[in-house]
Write a protein that binds this ligand. Structure first.
Ligand SMILES: Nc1nc2c(c(=O)[nH]1)N[C@H]1C(S)=C(S)[C@@H](COP(=O)(O)OP(=O)(O)OC[C@H]3O[C@@H](n4cnc5c(=O)[nH]c(N)nc54)[C@H](O)[C@@H]3O)O[C@H]1N2
Ligand SMILES: Nc1nc2c(c(=O)[nH]1)N[C@H]1C(S)=C(S)[C@@H](COP(=O)(O)OP(=O)(O)OC[C@H]3O[C@@H](n4cnc5c(=O)[nH]c(N)nc54)[C@H](O)[C@@H]3O)O[C@H]1N2
Ligand code: SF4
Ligand SMILES: [Mo]
Length: 708
C-alpha cells in the first residue's frame, strides 16, 4: 500500500502573473488535487520562496467564488445576475452575434481587450491576438505598462537586457529608481539586500517613503514626474566636475557634445526648484554615483507614469554610459531583460494577419472608444475581454463603466472570477488557472526560461484560454495552423529554440528541469557593453537620436509600428514637466491641489487577489496616505473615511495621516475591487498619453481630498 508521502507528486510550475520575478514554482499534487505550492529551491532568483500573494496559490485554484461554468446574463448589466449555460450555447451565441455584426458593420465593430493577467506564451499572449487579427477585428493597443519606458530604452541603448539582475550582487552603488522592489520585485530585492550587507550603498529614488525606500541607505524623494530634472542635473554635475569617462564616451556614444550643451543649464539649483530635492543632495548623489563603481540602476516601471516620463527614462538610461558604468560586471542599467529572450512574437500574435488600415483602440482609452468619443469609422459593438480587468485598471473608470452598460454592446469575458469587468458581461466564460494548463511563462525580469506543467484538471467546465480560442476558430472555419496546434505544439513554435541563447535547451529540457538560464553570459562575467556593442543602429549608446519619430515599443506587443502618426521626438533627453501640477496648470491646481500617485499594492497583483479576504488582511482596506499638514488643513484625522476626487470621478478610502508622504502628494495603492469599495483609484486618473510610446500617465493627476 502507498503511504501518504508516496502519493504526493511534485511538478514544475511557473508563476503566470505579471510580475518581473516569474518564479519557478513547485506544484504539490495529491489524488488529482493541488494541495500546496512552493518556490523552486534550485532557481537562483526564486530561491525556494514565493511572495505573500502566491504562497497559498492552491487556495485561489479552489476558491469558492471561482467561475466554473459558462454563463449568460439574465439581469441588468453590472448586477451580476447570470445563469449557467453549456459551452455549446455560449460559443454558438458568440459566433452568431459576431457573424451578424460582421455582416452588418464589418469585423472592426469587434474589439479584443486583453493584457498580461496571464503571462504564458500560450494562454497569455497567444490565441487571442492571432484569432482577432484573423477575424479582422479592431486592434487593441496595450500600453498599460512600460511602453514609454521601452521606447526610451530602445532609442538610447537598443534591445539589450542591460545588467543582469543577478549581477547586482557585484555592484557597490545601487540606485532603485521608482521601483518598490520589496513589494513588486521581491526576488531581486534579496540580491540587493545581499549586496547591501556586503557594503554596497542602496539609494531609492521614490516620490514617497515606500517599503523599499525605508530599507535603503538613502531615500531621495523628487516630486512625481520630476525625475527628468534630477537626472539632467546629475549629468550637469558629472560633466562640470570632470567625472565623465571620456574614453568610454568618445568610443561608444553618440551626441555627447550636444548632451553636454543641453545639461549646462540644468544646474542642481535649477533641479532643486523643480524636484524639491536640495541642490547639495543632488550634487552628492551625482558624485557618489559617478565614483563608486560598479554602479547599477534599476529602472522601475513607475518612472514612465507622467507626461515627461519617457524623456526622464532617456536621461536616466544615458547616465551609465556617461560614467563608463557599463565597463564593469554589475554596472549599467536594468530595464526589462526580456529583450534577450528568444520568443517569436510574430508567430505568437500573427500581426501579418491584420488587414491593412485596421483601426486601433488603446486600452487606456477604452472608455472613450466605447462612448464614441474616439473617432472610429466603425463604432465598437462587441468586446471580448480576457487576462485583464479594465474597470479597475484602465483610467477614466466612470467612462469605462458607462460604456460597458451600453445595451447595444455585446460583451464576452473569460475569467477566473466575476471581476468588476466580468460583472458587465453578456456571456461569461470560465478560464483555467496556473496548474491546470501547460505553458511557458514570459519573463520580463530575469534571464531564465520558465516551464509550467499541467498537473491537475480544471474544476467544473473551465477551459484554458487557448482552448477557448481554438474552439471559436474552429467554429469560424479558420484554417491557419496556429489555430490547430496543441499547447505543446504552440510551445515548439513560439520559442526560437535554435537561437544562440537557447543552446543546449529544448522543450524536453524545460519539462525536466522547469527552468533554464539563457546562454547570455553568467552573473559573474556578463558586461555586455564593456566595449560598446549596443544593439542600436550605430552600435553606440545614443545620447542623441536625430530624426526620431514617436513609436510604441513594448516587448509584449503586436507590431504597432505603422499604425502611428509618429510625431517628431526631441533628439536629446530632457526634463519635460507633467501635465497636472501646481506649476504646470495653476487653474486646475486651484481646484485640485494634490498630486496623487497610485503604485502597486503589496498584497495584490494588480487587481488579482484583491477579492480574497486573506490578501485584503495583508494589504488593509482601501486607504489614502496624506501628509499631516494637508490633513490638518482639511480636518482629516487618521482613520476617517475620505473622498478623493477631481473632474473625472471620485473614490472613498480610509485616511492614513503620515509623514511618509510629503505635503502636496497623496498616495492610494492600486488593485482594490470596485464591488467591495466605493470607487477605486482609477476613477480619478487621466487617459491622456505620456510623451512617448502612448504610455500611461498614472502619476500625473491632480485631486482634492475631503471628509466623506
Ligand atoms: N492607477 C494605476 N493604474 C494602473 C497601474 C498603476 O500603477 N496605477 N498599473 C498599470 C499596469 S503597470 C498594469 S500591468 C495594468 C494591469 O492591469 P490588468 O492586466 O488588468 O491586471 P489585473 O487587474 O490583475 O487583471 C487581470 C485579470 O485577468 C484574469 N486572469 C488571470 N489569468 C487568467 C487566465 O489564464 N485566463 C483568463 N481568461 N483570465 C485570467 C484575472 O483574474 C484578472 O481579473 O494596470 C495598469 N493600471
Ligand atoms: N505586490 C505587487 N507586485 C507587483 C504588482 C502588483 O500589483 N503588486 N504589479 C506588477 C506590475 S504589472 C508591474 S508593472 C510592476 C511595477 O513595479 P514598480 O515599478 O515597483 O511599480 P509601483 O509599485 O507602481 O511604483 C514603484 C514606486 O514608484 C513610485 N513613483 C510613482 N511615480 C513616481 C515618479 O514620478 N517618480 C518617482 N521617483 N517615483 C515614483 C511609487 O511611489 C512607488 O513606490 O510590479 C509588478 N509586481
Ligand atoms: S507574483 Fe511575482 S514574486 Fe509572487 S510568486 Fe509570482 S512571480 Fe514570484
Ligand atoms: Mo505592469
Amino acid at each position: 500500500m502507498n503511504n501518504v508521502a508516496e502519493v504526493i507528486q511534485t511538478f514544475h510550475g511557473g508563476c503566470p502573473h505579471d510580475c518581473p520575478d516569474t518564479c519557478s514554482m513547485q506544484f504539490h499534487v495529491k489524488n488529482g488535487e493541488l494541495i500546496s505550492v512552493s518556490g523552486n529551491p534550485d532557481h537562483p532568483m526564486t530561491r525556494g520562496g514565493l511572495c505573500v500573494k502566491l504562497k497559498d496559490y492552491e487556495k485561489r485554484h479552489y476558491h469558492p467564488d471561482r467561475l466554473l461554468y459558462p454563463m449568460k446574463r439574465v439581469g441588468p448589466k453590472g448586477t451580476k445576475q447570470f445563469e449557467r449555460i453549456s459551452w455549446d450555447e455560449a460559443l454558438d451565441t458568440i459566433v452568431d452575434r459576431w457573424q451578424a455584426l460582421i455582416k452588418a458593420d464589418g469585423p472592426r465593430a469587434i474589439l479584443p481587450v486583453s493584457y498580461l493577467g496571464n503571462q504564458g506564451l500560450v494562454h497569455g499572449l497567444n490565441g487571442g491576438d492571432a484569432f482577432f487579427n484573423r477575424l479582422g477585428a479592431t486592434v487593441c493597443e496595450r500600453t498599460f505598462c512600460g511602453e514609454g519606458s521601452c521606447t526610451a530604452w530602445l532609442l538610447t541603448v537598443g534591445p539589450t537586457a542591460g545588467v543582469d539582475p543577478e549581477s547586482f550582487i557585484h555592484a557597490n552603488f545601487i540606485v532603485i529608481w521608482a521601483c518598490n522592489s520589496v513589494s513588486t520585485n521581491l526576488h531581486h530585492w534579496h540580491i540587493i539586500k545581499e549586496a547591501q550587507k556586503r557594503g554596497a550603498k542602496v539609494v531609492v529614488v521614490d516620490s514617497f517613503a515606500s517599503k523599499t525606500a525605508k530599507e535603503a541607505d538613502w531615500h531621495i524623494a523628487p516630486k512625481p514626474g520630476t525625475d527628468g530634472a534630477l537626472a539632467m542635473a546629475m549629468m550637469n554635475v558629472i560633466i562640470e566636475e570632470g567625472l565623465v569617462d571620456q574614453d568610454y564616451v568618445d568610443q561608444y556614444t553618440v551626441g555627447y557634445s550636444e548632451l553636454a550643451e543641453r545639461a549646462k543649464a540644468c544646474t542642481p539649483e535649477w533641479a532643486a526648484d523643480i524636484t524639491g530635492v536640495p541642490a547639495e543632495q543632488i550634487r552628492l548623489f551625482a558624485r557618489e554615483y559617478a565614483t563608486t563603481p560598479p554602479a547599477a540602476i534599476r529602472i522601475g516601471v513607475a518612472l514612465e507614469r507622467s507626461y515627461g516620463g519617457s524623456q526622464a527614462i532617456r536621461a536616466v538610461t544615458s547616465l551609465p554610459a556617461l560614467i563608463g558604468a557599463w565597463r564593469h560586471v554589475g554596472g549599467g542599467a536594468l530595464q526589462f531583460p526580456v529583450w534577450e529572450h528568444p520568443y517569436k512574437f510574430d508567430v505568437i500574435c500573427r500581426p501579418d494577419l491584420i488587414p491593412e488600415g485596421t483601426p486601433v483602440v488603446n486600452i487606456l482609452q477604452l472608455g472613450r472608444a466605447l462612448l464614441g468619443e474616439t473617432p472610429l469609422a466603425v463604432p465598437i459593438k462587441s468586446i471580448m475581454v480576457w487576462n485583464t480587468n479594465p474597470v479597475t485598471q484602465s483610467p477614466e473608470t466612470d467612462k469605462v463603466i458607462e460604456g460597458l452598460k451600453r445595451e447595444d454592446l455585446f460583451t464576452v469575458v473569460a475569467e477566473h472570477f466575476i471581476s468588476d469587468t466580468a460583472a458587465y458581461a453578456d456571456i461569461l466564460l470560465p478560464a483555467a488557472m496556473g496548474a491546470e494548463q501547460e505553458d511557458m511563462i514570459l519573463s520580463w525580469g530575469h534571464l531564465y526560461l520558465t516551464y509550467n506543467t499541467k498537473c491537475i484538471d480544471p474544476p467544473g467546465e473551465a477551459l484554458a484560454n487557448n482552448e477557448i480560442f481554438r474552439r471559436l476558430a474552429q467554429r469560424l472555419g479558420f484554417e491557419e495552423d496556429n489555430f490547430k496546434w496543441s499547447d505543446s505544439e504552440c510551445l515548439q513554435h513560439y520559442v526560437d529554440w535554435d537561437a544562440a541563447a537557447c543552446k543546449g535547451i529544448d522543450l524536453n529540457y524545460m519539462r525536466e528541469h522547469g527552468f533554464a538560464r539563457l546562454n547570455v553570459g553568467t552573473k559573474d562575467d556578463r558586461a555586455p557593453h564593456r566595449q560598446g556593442n549596443f544593439p542600436t543602429p550605430t552600435g553606440k549608446c545614443m545620447f542623441m537620436v536625430e530624426g526620431a519619430k514617436n513609436f510604441v515599443a513594448g516587448p509584449f506587443r503586436q507590431m504597432y509600428e505603422g499604425f502611428q502618426p509618429g510625431e517628431d521626438l526631441d533628439p536629446l533627453p530632457a526634463y519635460v514637466p507633467s501635465r497636472e501640477t501646481v506649476e504646470s496648470n495653476g487653474a486646475l491646481a486651484a481646484r485640485f491641489p494634490l498630486n496623487i500617485i497610485s503604485p502597486k499594492s503589496h498584497g495584490f497583483i494588480n487587481s488579482s487577489y484583491a477579492n480574497m479576504a486573506s490578501k485584503i488582511r495583508v494589504q488593509g482596506e482601501q486607504y489614502l496616505m496624506i501628509n499631516p499638514l494637508d490633513a490638518l488643513a482639511r480636518n482629516i484625522e487618521d482613520g476617517v473615511m475620505v473622498k478623493t476626487y477631481n473632474d473625472r470621478g471620485a473614490f472613498e478610502a480610509v485616511a492614513r495621516v503620515t509623514t511618509d508622504v510629503n505635503p502636496g502628494i497623496v498616495v492610494a495603492t492600486l488593485g482594490y475591487w470596485r464591488q467591495l469599495n466605493k470607487g477605486t483609484v482609477n476613477c480619478i486618473s487621466s487617459a491622456e498619453y505620456g510623451d512617448m510610446g502612448h504610455s500611461n500617465t498614472f502619476s500625473d493627476n491632480l485631486v482634492e481630498v475631503a471628509l466623506v
